[in-house]
Design a protein around this ligand. Sequence first.
Ligand code: E4P
Length: 217
Amino acid sequence: MKFFVDTADTAAIADLNALGMVDGVTTNPSLILKSGRDILEVTREICEMVEGPVSAEVVATEADAMITEGRKLAAIAPNIAVKLPLTWDGLKACRMLTDEGHMVNVTLCFSANQALLAAKAGATFISPFIGRLDDINLDGMELIADIRTIYDNYGFETQILAASIRSVNHVTVAARIGADVATLPPEVLRKLAFHPLTDKGLETFLSDWAKTGQSIL
Ligand code: E4P
């Protein structure tokens, strides 16, 4: 499973990137707002830091304007994935930008049928939002599983990018189902390494080691 980092915080990206954990980055207008940075400037900086796909989202809602914005974003760097919302205009822009050779991430996906349409429009990535479905008492993981089955049934190459991940359990289940990518907020990615028994075990080992009076160096 590839890990993308779901943030426009360049310090957080640099920190995780140094560990080789960052296969790509996803941003959205809310994350740009949170960063307090100019979208073109911060996206360029992220593209220079990370080799993998960096999703940058259009804000136009009509296909022609989405295409114009998408081309401008794609011109920032070769590793830009233009992020488009799952509307008919977004699908139209997806087809055009894909045919021009750009990577496209179709976002705000909440149903298997929407995912089917994105694959047929040639999307590189489909982003089903797990957490936001859970928020309204629907099962986000059931959606990931449905999309996996449908894409495999027909051999679609669109990659399933599990988005709106809120917990470490989301990562485990999405990986078990076979999502190609998970985009994680930095704090969730860091939490993947945590287990209370690891901490407890380390404490015991260190205390026993101190009693030996030895030193490795
Ligand atoms: C990423 O591509 C999505 O925009 C993001 O994961 C949405 O997450 P949220 O539902 O926590 O805002």
